[in-house]
Design a protein around this ligand. Structure first.
Ligand SMILES: Cc1cc2nc3c(=O)[nH]c(=O)nc-3n(C[C@H](O)[C@H](O)[C@H](O)COP(=O)(O)OP(=O)(O)OC[C@H]3O[C@@H](n4cnc5c(N)ncnc54)[C@H](O)[C@@H]3O)c2cc1C
Length: 418
């Protein structure tokens, strides 16, 4: 007799929770998705930079970053803001982040994220068979990282990475490859182009995925309610308490973005995560030939520019200000000023729509996937600056782990430390 499929509740309808739900359905589970907001993909996954950055994984913690961070904090429109909190989690995260700021840890995490990036690319390709790319403005745009200072450029050129697809360019060549950078060219030391990186609309991807989930025979629907407590008894999680009642299942997957840390705490689990707030602008494309075709990252300004559908998306900044999603008008004014100076005619900046979101960041920029002290409570959290990029890869890994199968690579740096 065929055994009945086991039931999973996935908590969180962002890009990570939705992708998890899909891979678990494909693995044979019955799945319910729990999402507190009226629509999926409306938190950090809404208006992010849209990069599917499989090779430019670049963990934030690195040698020299603490000093640079101090300098940024004193720049008026600098990429980093820090507001001290009376919350030990901020200080604990900072201490762990600083411990990761060295070349050896950076190299180890980069190597792992490159493996995860490649799996994510393959997993996205599998999914694309079921999701028409046009539904979420997917484009094989390639990625061009541009450097204003010679020292940063030389360091990037010397850094080992995936060499196969990268092309190193001087300032003039950079502007020739991407004419939208013509105004910036005289102040550029150079650029590194990586073909094979893509760009897409993350929120549209979430909605397209939800549609496919709804049509899956083992999908049991989206419950729109807020999870309050994870309830464990006899060494297992038996139910989740929500504002709409209790939800029981065989397995539970925590994929609630930054709010995962509060939920995990209700089960006595500490997640080393902190919200790194970022901003984006979405502005209609201006003069067609002045808008970038390639997705551009301005390395020193920590700003990225991507054409998504008929819009230019500009994303940037890291504000360490707790779980505060308000839009700081001064930050938006600074970002608009920078975009106007960098690509003056690429978009109609007067019509730009501002947005802010919280990157659910771990101290080493690597997501946390897998088991907890409860054998039926699973994590898929902490995707930080690259959650769209890694969502399909980590969902695939999670489903592999839950079925007790061997993952394609070891999960050191990606598992919750004991
Ligand atoms: C400015 C900016 C630019 C970015 N650019 C890129 C980029 O170019 N490429 C890239 O790969 N990544 C990028 N990111 C990162 C990416 O957006 C995130 O890593 C990703 O969206 C995280 O997805 P998530 O599903 O974990 O979290 P979320 O999208 O935040 O989803 C979590 C969901 O859980 C729900 N939830 C939370 N708590 C509960 C609860 N108690 N009960 C029920 N539901 C709950 C929330 O409502 C939410 O819908 C960027 C982020 C920012 C802020």
């Amino acid at each position: 007799m065929q055994q009945e499929a086991q039931q999973v509740v996935v908590i969180g309808g962002g890009v990570v929770g939705l992708a998890s739900a899909w891979w678990l359905l494909e693995a044979g589970y019955r799945v319910t998705l729990l999402e507190q907001a009226p629509t999926v993909g409306s938190a950090a996954s809404a208006r992010n930079g849209g990069q599917l950055s499989y090779r430019y994984v670049s963990p934030l913690a690195d040698a020299g970053v603490p000093l640079k961070a101090l300098q940024w904090m004193f720049q008026e429109d600098g990429p980093l803001r820090f507001r001290p909190e009376a919350d030990m989690r901020q200080w604990r995260w900072l201490a762990q982040f600083l411990a990761n700021c060295n070349s050896a840890d950076n190299a180890r995490t980069t190597a792992k994220l490159l493996e995860l990036g490649e799996l994510s690319r393959q997993s996205m390709a599998q999914l694309e068979l079921k999701l028409p790319l046009s539904e979420f403005s997917w484009r094989d745009a390639g990625k061009l990282v541009v450097y204003r200072s010679k020292s940063a450029f030389d360091k990037a050129v010397a850094k080992p990475g995936s060499e196969d697809n990268r092309v190193v360019l001087n300032g003039a060549e950079t502007a020739k490859l991407e004419p939208a950078l013509a105004e910036l060219a005289p102040s550029l030391a150079g650029g590194i182009f990586n073909s094979g990186e893509a760009v897409a609309d993350c929120q549209a991807f979430c909605l397209a995925l939800e549609k496919r989930l709804m049509a899956h025979p083992r999908f049991e629907g989206v419950v729109h309610a807020e999870a309050h407590t994870i309830f464990a008894e006899n060494g297992r999680v038996s139910a989740i308490q929500t504002n709409a009642g209790w939800l029981a299942a065989d397995h539970f997957v925590l994929a609630a973005g930054i709010q995962s840390r509060n939920l995990a705490a209700t089960a006595g689990i500490y997640l080393p995560m902190y919200p790194l707030k970022g901003y984006s602008l979405t502005a209609p494309i201006g003069a067609e030939h002045c808008a970038p075709e390639i997705s551009v990252t301005d390395f020193e300004r920590k700003t990225l520019y991507a054409r998504i559908g008929g819009n230019l998306r500009i994303a940037a900044m890291v504000d360490m200000v707790g779980e505060d999603t308000s839009i700081d008008r001064r930050r938006i004014a600074g970002l608009t000023k920078l975009a106007r100076a960098t690509m003056p005619h690429a978009a109609d900046y007067d019509k730009a729509e501002p947005w802010a979101g919280l990157r659910p960041a771990t101290p080493n920029s690597a997501p946390i996937i897998g088991a907890t002290k409860y054998p039926n409570l699973w994590l898929n959290v902490g995707h930080g600056p690259l959650g769209f990029t890694f969502a399909c890869g980590t969902a695939n890994l999670l489903a592999t782990l839950m079925r007790g199968k061997q993952t394609p690579f070891t999960l050191d740096c990606l598992a919750l430390a004991a």
